[in-house]
Design a protein around this ligand. Structure first.
Ligand code: GLU
Length: 371
């Protein structure tokens, strides 16, 4: 394991997700504009260094309840969903107003749990986020609180941020919080609590340090942060919990106290492991030319497919086999078996004609494949 240095970890990262909690962004129902401007400056610096940045921002409910004069008491689910609907446009506008003068284009992306659980939607969400990043846009993500009911909610943006980090293959996730990391005990009630600068595995012992939900930390508390860390580490993404001070990312780079959660894998290794562990729903049999192209790191195009076996939907795992039955790779397929059969031997420029609608050129994209 390399030495632990926030400047190196962030400096070597290509994709960075930053999670901003409501408590940092909204104070007494009003947006903390200066703080947000500082954060936007940090984002601008990261962009200037060539990095892709995604922000996962809470605050819709906090802003909405102020606009609607709902006070600070507990809200029923429908009321908080209504508050989110009102607050989200204020939130999006705030980001737009603050990022635009810095020459940064922002996009609003509202996700539900299903977008990461259903493979078809997972692939679609990933493709859209990738397209936004390729165009240099900074996506501002929040949960789609207005449609997500209790049983299908992330409920907290810590886990949402980790899912987003996993979805885009981020190298680093920064959770901006009101605490500077994980302690052996709750530092608010026990002065013997010790700060942990690095965690390599979420063990039962580590979980026990977090206490109950909301015991300390922001809305989700330390428990949801550890759940987020587990998701991030499984995806090969390093995660930091750090205080959301002025210019928080710069402060982190400059050595602010924090806890890093790191596993040994990088995002691409972790993704390949994940794909390899899936049970295939079918197979694509390919010719020697396509097999050679996969060996050179290319995507699988329909022209190289000679046979389709099994029943699968877009996003399902499939084996990619040679005509002699050797399994060459495994991947998440971009088309259903019905579509894939229509595309056997098809050149990319004929896809629309065969399907009757425009499709993607790759049957299995190289990022969705493990050789
Ligand atoms: N999605 C919620 C909001 O925008 C916040 C969830 C959280 O605090 O983690 O208000």
């Amino acid at each position: 394991m390399a030495t632990l240095n926030s400047a190196d970890l962030i400096g070597s990262a290509q994709k960075i997700v930053i999670k901003i909690g409501s408590a940092l962004l909204v104070e007494n129902g009003a947006l903390r504009v200066e703080w947000l401007q500082g954060l936007a400056g940090d984002v601008s610096n990261l962009r200037a260094a060539g990095k892709d940045v995604v922000l996962v921002s809470s605050g819709s409910i906090a802003l909405g309840r102020a606009v609607l004069g709902m006070g600070s008491g507990a809200l029923t689910l429908d009321k908080s969903q209504a508050a989110a609907a009102v607050g989200q446009i204020h939130l999006a506008r705030a980001y737009q107003d603050i990022l635009q003068p810095l020459g940064i284009k922002a996009a609003q992306v509202l996700l539900t749990l299903e977008d990461s659980q259903n493979r078809r939607r997972y692939l679609n969400t990933r493709a859209t986020l990738a397209a936004l990043l390729t165009m240099g846009v900074v996506p501002i993500v929040n949960e789609n609180d207005t449609v997500a009911t209790d049983e299908i909610r992330y409920g907290d943006n810590d886990r949402l941020a980790a899912q987003v980090a996993s979805l885009i293959g981020a190298d680093v996730l920064v959770l901006l919080s009101d605490v500077d990391g994980l302690y052996t005990k709750n530092p608010r009630d026990d002065s013997s609590a010790q700060h942990l600068p690095l965690v390599n595995e979420i063990t039962a012992k580590i979980n026990a340090m977090a206490g109950g939900v909301g015991s300390f930390g922001a809305s989700g508390g330390m428990k949801t942060k550890l759940m987020a860390a587990k998701i991030a580490m499984n995806a090969g993404c390093a995660m930091a919990i750090v205080k959301g001070v002025e210019n928080p990312v710069q402060a982190l780079i400059d050595g602010a106290k924090c806890t890093w959660f790191r596993s040994d894998a990088n995002p691409s290794q972790a993704r390949k492991r994940w794909i390899l562990a899936m049970k295939p729903a079918g197979a694509l049999i390919i010719d020697a030319g396509a097999a050679a192209a996969l060996g050179r790191g290319k995507s699988l195009l329909s022209a190289g497919v000679v046979r389709v076996e099994g029943k699968f939907e877009r996003g399902d795992p499939v084996d990619i086999r040679a005509e002699n039955h050797d399994v060459i790779a495994k991947g998440m397929v971009g088309y259903s078996h019905v579509e894939a059969k229509k595309l056997i031997g098809c050149h990319s420029n004929e896809i629309e004609q065969r399907l009757g609608y425009p499709g993607r050129s790759a049957l299995v994209h190289r990022d969705d494949m493990a050789i």
